[in-house]
Structure formats: structure tokens, C-alpha cells
Ligand binder design. Structure first.
Ligand code: AMP
Ligand code: MG
Length: 344
């Protein structure tokens, strides 16, 4: 920490004002780690070219060094010294940036291998959140910013989530209120010009939209692991990730949960408000993510609800799956990982 102050002064919430933005930028320039809001989830940001700052990022999150980071900037020009943009990457940037799309492209030697976990590619995103952009404008630094949650846990969609998870270990949080989208960015790999583009993580920009923009077949799913990854899939692709501590099990929309163990309660998360006559098993409390099953609304509130249920002491959380298309693909991907069976 650079500022004087006692431990109980932290974390400090920086206000969503020019003063808060200037302070966040100043701290980042000094090599500090600052939690920042984006339109997807809150990120834990550090100067991407400052290895000491990036190391503290990994340490605070408990993130293994084999998990590469996403580097954030304002636009393609911001990244010119860091990466090679193919025509396809440029087209995606023109169409989807600023926004919730992360692109994997070939990196230059300016990007530390620490950031890319030894890969010769780098993940880039130009976020749309006005506060994040204001910080990028003010500090003019590429910012490595993984989600601001302890490794493996549910991503944070409110400043308060960051404080609850880290306490004073993340001393500064720029408070931008609730995130508009609530799910992590779509990740598309366009680094291999001899292969079709591949969605490594479904997200708010759908597979259908990307295929239309690129006017070609887009594959979905992790690539075969390569020697560079030591045979391990990148942890964002791990079967268990984005998980609450309470056991979570998925249900098809037509399935009903069982009963929790005697004397315990369980939660049943629905996408839409159930009809009054729908029966609920004993000791199961029902929650819904949207009145009418709107998937964008469901995505926005998912992590916040799962965090609250995780703290409420339920024996189990049952969660209803979304349809397997559009944003439903991203929701189901996160739900499967929360349930610990991400790649099944
Ligand atoms: P997050 O924790 O949301 O910041 O997600 C970052 C994820 O992006 C990682 O866990 C990887 O799955 C993926 N990623 C980042 N860089 C690369 C890269 N160079 N190649 C493949 N995947 C990457
Ligand atoms: Mg993450």
C-alpha cells in the first residue's frame, strides 16, 4: 500500500467521480492493484507490463501462474505494440469493441510471459464501462485484470462482493455499482489463421452473433491442450470454477429437486417466476432470476444470487439450466462449472 492509513481504513471505496478515477490511475501507475468495475464483472487490475504488479495480482487471487490474464485497453491502437492484429481480429475489434469480447491474438515480446502463462498469444479486451475507460484514459497503461474473486470462486458483480471476498487484501475498489452484464466476456481465439476461429468461453457476445460478423464457421470449446499448457486446460476452462462452496446441482427445466437432508433447507433457483400452482418439495425455497425468463436479466443477477445463497447456509442449491443457445450457452457454461462438471 502506498498511502498511509491503518488496516481498518481498508478496503477504501474510491467514488465513481473524476477524483476517484484519478486516484485509481495514480495507484495503478505506482504498481498497485486496484479493483475496477467493467460491464461484465469487477476486475482486479494491475499494470500489465510491470511484472512485480502482475505477481501481486496472482498472489492476491491465489491464481496459479499457468492461468493467463486478459489485458485491457481502449482500442486496437492502444494495443499496437503488444499484439499482431489479423484482418479477422480487426473486424472483431471494429464490430465488438468496446464491449464484452476478449480476443486471443499473437503477442509481441513487449508482453511479459508471466501475463500469458508462457504462451505466444495474448488475450485482449477493450471494455465498455465508462469508469474503466476513464481509468484507462487517465493511466494510459495496458491493464491485466482477472475477475476480482479468489481463484475458483464466483465472480464479483458488485463492489461489495470484492470487499467481502478480500477484505483489506484488496485495498482500493473503484465503486461502479452493479455490473450491467454480470457474466465474464466471451473469449474467441483468432490467433491461428490456419484454423477456424474458436470460442474458448461463451459469453455475452453469442456464438451466433460472432459467426454472422465473421461470416464463417465458429467452433466452440477448448482447444486440445498443447505442450505450452503442460497438458492442462487453462483454468478458466476448468471443470470446476466460478463455484459457490455450497454443493450445486443442475436441473433441466422439467426436473424437480429432491428433498434436503432432514433438518436442513435447500434452494431452488429458477430462471423465471414459477406459476402459483407449481409444487415445491418440502424444505426447498424457490428463487428466480427473472420474472419472465429474460436471460440477460438472469445473467445480470446470477452471481449475486448464488453468493447470497452460499452465505445463507443451505445444504444444497439446485439450479435450472437455460436453453442451449444464445446467452443460454454462457449461462449453462457457468452453471456447469459452478456444479463442478464444466467440460461434461
Ligand atoms: P478471467 O479469469 O476472466 O480473466 O479469464 C481469463 C481466461 O482467459 C483464462 O483463464 C484463460 O482461460 C483465457 N486466456 C487468457 N489468455 C489466453 C491465451 N493466451 N490463450 C488461451 N486462453 C487464454
Ligand atoms: Mg476469473
Amino acid at each position: 500500500m502506498t498511502s498511509s492509513g491503518s488496516a481498518e481504513d481498508f478496503p477504501a471505496f474510491l467514488p465513481p467521480t473524476p477524483t476517484g478515477v484519478a486516484r485509481a490511475a495514480e495507484l495503478l501507475r505506482a504498481g498497485e492493484v486496484v479493483a475496477l468495475p467493467t460491464e461484465t464483472v469487477y476486475g482486479l487490475a494491475a499494470h500489465a507490463l510491470d511484472e512485480r504488479a502482475v505477481r501481486s495480482l496472482f498472489a492476491i487471487k491465489g491464481r496459479p501462474l499457468i492461468d493467463p490474464l486478459i489485458v485491457h485497453g481502449l482500442d486496437v491502437n492502444f494495443f499496437v505494440n503488444l499484439a499482431h492484429f489479423t484482418p479477422m481480429a480487426r473486424l472483431l475489434a471494429e464490430t465488438c469493441w468496446p464491449g464484452p469480447l476478449t480476443m486471443i491474438v499473437r503477442k509481441t515480446s513487449a508482453v511479459p510471459l508471466l501475463v500469458t502463462a508462457g504462451r505466444d498469444t495474448v488475450a485482449l479486451r477493450a471494455p465498455a464501462h465508462p469508469l474503466m475507460r476513464a481509468v484507462l484514459e487517465a493511466c494510459r497503461l495496458p491493464l491485466a485484470a482477472p475477475s476480482a474473486n479468489p481463484f475458483g470462486y464466483l465472480s464479483p458483480t458488485r463492489a461489495e462482493h470484492v470487499r467481502t471476498s478480500f477484505g483489506g487484501c484488496v485495498p482500493w475498489i473503484l465503486d461502479g455499482g452493479a455490473c450491467a452484464l454480470g457474466l465474464e466476456s466471451t473469449i474467441i481465439d483468432v490467433s491461428d489463421t490456419s484454423a477456424p476461429p474458436r470460442i474458448l468461453r461463451p459469453g455475452p457476445i453469442t456464438a451466433e452473433a460472432l459467426a454472422q460478423i465473421l461470416d464463417c464457421r465458429v467452433e466452440i470449446g477448448p482447444r486440445e491442450s498443447t505442450p505450452a499448457t503442460g497438458g492442462l486446460a487453462a483454468p478458466g476452462m476448468l471443470a470446476r470454477h466460478y463455484s459457490p462452496r455450497t454443493p450445486l446441482e443442475l436441473l433441466e427445466s422439467t426436473q424437480k429437486p429432491g428433498s434436503p437432508p432432514v433438518g436442513r433447507r435447500a434452494a431452488w433457483v429458477r430462471l423465471q417466476r414459477p406459476k402459483p400452482k407449481e409444487a415445491t418439495p418440502n424444505a426447498v425455497e424457490v428463487f428466480w432470476l427473472s420474472e419472465d425468463g429474460n436471460l440477460a436479466e438472469a445473467a445480470r443477477g446470477l452471481y449475486d444470487l448464488l453468493r447470497r445463497l452460499d452465505m445463507a447456509g443451505y445444504a444444497k442449491i439446485w439450479c435450472e439450466c437455460a436453453p442451449e443457445s444464445g446467452l443460454g450457452l454462457a449461462l449453462n457454461d457457468r452453471l456447469r462449472r459452478a456444479a463442478g462438471r464444466g467440460n461434461s
